[in-house]
Design a protein around this ligand. Structure first.
Ligand code: SAH
Length: 254
């Protein structure tokens, strides 16, 4: 990967993967790419292969107890993690170590906010049937899932996680206010958005948005956000109602 400028203390993602050439991928484009080029955040893709065993640098083996597929070896991933840990804080709050995994806790905006407040993080991209369990225990690895579906590898999930996190770092997005108002930041889905032309295929923009009454617009947007959330995401709606009724039991993840 080409050397980029790096601001001292810039938030850094270290990604352990069998496919380092997949990075920065989409993260190298648009606002995240520009911020990466400016050194506002940094990315180190760490190739797992050189940590492999023997002449062929084997990284995987058959599952203990039998069954289909292959499992990434604990010793191989352990060596890569130890290399990735050099120069990083051992406190997991300051530097989380994450394994992208369908068994993990579902990734949320609240997690992205937590990760963006850390100094950086290390991500392990699985392949095949996943990782030897012992490596997760030994290095206090947190498992995070992108959703209830199975990908072929952790790379796409890692890029999604990094994208959601990096855009919360000050100055990465031009307009910081835009992250404060969007979906999930207050526990609601975002209201519908419109722009020019004022009439398109006979469809008009709701009058209120063209009225110039800022307070009325804000009320309309809030009502729409609440309606959409209630209709589409009863789970989010219950949590939102819980928080706003002073019920500390709202199931929002932090
Ligand atoms: N046998 C595993 C799936 C392995 S899929 C199981 O049933 O749980 C191969 C790799 O893809 C995983 O190790 C993980 O790193 C990644 N992966 C697959 N689905 C994912 C998801 N929903 N979220 C995050 N990572 C995922």
């Amino acid at each position: 990967m080409a050397e980029r400028p790096r601001l001292k203390g810039a938030w850094t993602a270290r990604v352990i993967t069998l496919f380092p050439e997949a990075f920065p991928g989409i993260l190298g484009l648009s606002l995240t790419g520009k911020a990466l080029d400016q050194g506002l955040w940094a990315l180190d893709a760490i190739d797992l292969r050189p940590f492999g065993e023997g002449k062929h640098k084997n990284v995987d083996d058959t599952p203990a107890g039998g069954g289909a597929g292959m499992v990434l070896r604990a010793d191989v991933v352990g060596r890569a993690l130890e290399q990735a840990a050099i120069g990083t804080p051992s406190d997991r709050d300051r530097w989380p170590v994450v394994y992208l995994s369908p068994r993990g806790r579902p990734f949320t905006q609240a997690m992205a906010e937590r990760f963006s407040r850390a100094d950086g993080l290390t991500l392990i991209c699985g392949r095949f049937e996943g990782l030897d369990e012992r490596v997760l225990e030994e290095y206090e690895v947190e498992e995070v899932s992108l959703g209830d579906f199975v990908l072929s590898g952790g790379e796409i999930a890692a890029q999604a996680l990094i994208d959601a996190t990096v855009r919360l770092i000050p100055r990465v997005l031009g307009n910081q206010a835009s992250t404060e108002e969007e979906s999930f930041s207050e526990g609601l889905l975002e209201h519908p958005q419109y722009t020019r032309p004022a009439v398109w295929k006979g469809r008009e923009i709701p009058d209120i948005l063209l009225s110039g009454h800022h307070a009325k617009i804000a009320t309309w947007r809030r009502a729409m956000a609440e309606r959409l959330t209630k209709e589409r995401r009863p789970d989010l709606w219950r949590a939102y109602r819980g928080c706003h009724d002073g019920d500390p039991d709202g199931d929002r993840e932090l």
